[in-house]
Design a protein. Structure first.
Length: 490
């Protein structure tokens, strides 16, 4: 039955579709084809989630070769959850992308852009689905290389510099991860994650295992853009085409965080990571510094895309802070925020894409007065901004609430105070944008013709409504995050 092949179809369909997309003529066909493929991937991810919720973790052996000789795909609660997040964001982003791609990317490159997008989606889905450590590296490179290409397609010359900087930093991170994989394979003779989990406990005193842990930590934190390994992210988000900013902001760092979960909880195990090598002592100060410095830096940014990029760095700090607590409640808070922030930040970058359609600028001063002529777009930004702050009735409030509860469970009042203080800082930088949109007069040289294109605006509000819905009824992300945490801590 086809249902038994869902784990491999999740990855193979976009992978096989990518080269076909490059052969399509310069019409709407590449967009329509890529969008259809992404929605098929979304449906498959939903089916996988339902099967996991009903039957438990799924193991798919490629070529019927059992591990450790063959490659396994392993879909459990956490991977099914993140697959749904990535495919949902990709589907909505591609649906809204046609006008943005036509405005910002040369017509001759449209089919190549959608090809790169599908390859990037393939890489992200492969990282989540595979149960083989070396496959993780392969899919990481597929997603990274296609990301570099998509960023470089921007019409701003600074996009080339941003892409090159990301390439250098991303290559270093991937190299560190590959070295970690090599060290583990040298000691255990296997690349299967579940086998590694068993065999590492027998040799966890070896220095090579400790070295592998260190290489994995640095490599993944670089991909995750955790302070101080974050320098590539602001420029990559700010100068990339709008479609790329939306997609990467909502998915790339989330998949890197998923990889962090997999390595520290599944491969090395909770006890070894936190009790032997004291991972919490590393992540806690870095997370707090990331939250505070990035929040302050966001306040002083002249462009909204860079402002949102630094905000993302702060939100990454919140996610890793949940991990650093070393408790089940902290891990649940981290996973919930992974889910909620994907849609919040995707919605905010989509709002900026709407504004860019007619203002041709994301500089704060150039957005003055846009609230009067683009009311639906600006209203969407306000709601998304409230979610980013963590106001009640938005999903951002659920994230902050569970993080505060996890912190108070450890009786760390000082840390709860820092989280609340930095939430107030987010009020400041969100207000800077709202003030320009609603309380400033338009500059004479700036004109706003009309609202954003209907399809783009509809997708923006779809993202916004998702954040509001899960702020009112948060039972699904909480249930899935709890199941995921139980799987990781098993």
């Amino acid at each position: 039955m086809i249902g038994s092949h869902y784990p491999i179809l999740q990855v193979v369909i976009p992978l096989m579709a990518a080269p076909l997309c490059s052969l399509l003529p310069r019409t709407k066909l590449p967009w329509l084809f890529a969008t259809t493929v992404s929605w098929i991937a979304f449906v498959i991810s939903i089916m996988l989630m339902l099967k996991v919720n009903t039957n438990g973790a799924l193991i798919y052996e490629l070529g019927s070769w059992p591990a450790p000789w063959g490659i396994q795909y392993h879909i459990d609660a956490i991977s099914a959850f993140v697959l749904v997040v990535v495919t949902t964001v990709a589907s909505i982003t591609l649906l809204a992308s046609r006008q943005l791609v036509e405005n910002e990317i040369t017509a001759t490159k449209h089919s190549l852009f959608y090809t790169a997008f599908l390859l990037c989606l393939t890489g992200l889905l492969g990282i989540i689905a595979t149960g083989d450590a070396f496959n993780v590296f392969v899919f990481l490179e597929i997603s990274s290389l296609s990301s570099y290409a998509m960023i470089a397609m921007g019409d701003n010359r600074k996009a080339l510099t941003a892409s090159y900087e990301y390439l250098i930093m991303g290559t270093i991170g991937a190299t560190f991860i590959l070295i970690g994989i090599g060290l583990l394979y040298m000691q255990t003779g296997t690349l299967n994650m579940l086998d590694l989990q068993v065999r590492i406990h027998e040799i966890d005193g070896f220095r090579s295992v400790h070295a592998a842990f260190a290489f994995f930590t640095v490599g993944i934190c670089l991909k995750l853009a955790l302070f101080p390994l974050h320098q590539w992210l602001p420029n990559a988000y700010a100068y990339a085409p709008s479609v790329v900013s939306i997609f990467l902001a909502a998915t790339a760092t989330k998949v890197a965080l998923y990889l962090l979960y997999r390595v520290f909880y599944t491969i090395f195990g909770f006890d070894f990571s936190f009790d032997v090598l004291n991972l919490g002592y590393i992540l806690l100060p870095l997370s707090v510094i990331a939250i505070v410095i990035s929040s302050f830096t966001a306040i002083f940014q002249p462009g909204v895309k860079r402002l949102l990029a630094y905000s993302s760095l702060a939100q990454i700090g919140y996610m890793t802070l949940g991990i650093a607590l070393g408790t089940q409640a902290g891990l649940i808070a981290s996973i919930i925020h992974l889910f909620n922030h994907a849609f919040i930040k995707g919605a905010l970058f989509m709002c900026m894409a709407c504004l860019l359609t007619y203002t041709h600028s994301t500089r704060l001063v150039d957005l003055a007065g846009a609230g009067k002529t683009m009311p639906w777009t600006c209203a969407a930004f306000v709601v998304g901004g409230l979610a980013l702050i963590g106001m009640p009735l938005t999903s951002g409030f659920i994230s902050k609430w569970y993080l505060i509860l996890a912190i108070l469970e450890k009786d760390w009042w000082w840390l709860a105070a820092i989280v609340l203080f930095t939430s107030l800082l987010s009020v400041i930088y969100v207000w800077r944008v709202v003030e320009q949109l609603y309380f400033r007069r338009p500059r004479p040289e700036c004109s706003y013709a009309k609202e954003a294109p209907p399809l783009l605006l509809a997708c923006t509000w779809l993202m916004i409504l998702i954040t509001v819905y899960f702020g009112i009824d948060s039972s699904y992300p909480i249930q899935m995050a709890t199941s995921a945490a139980e799987v990781l801590l098993r």
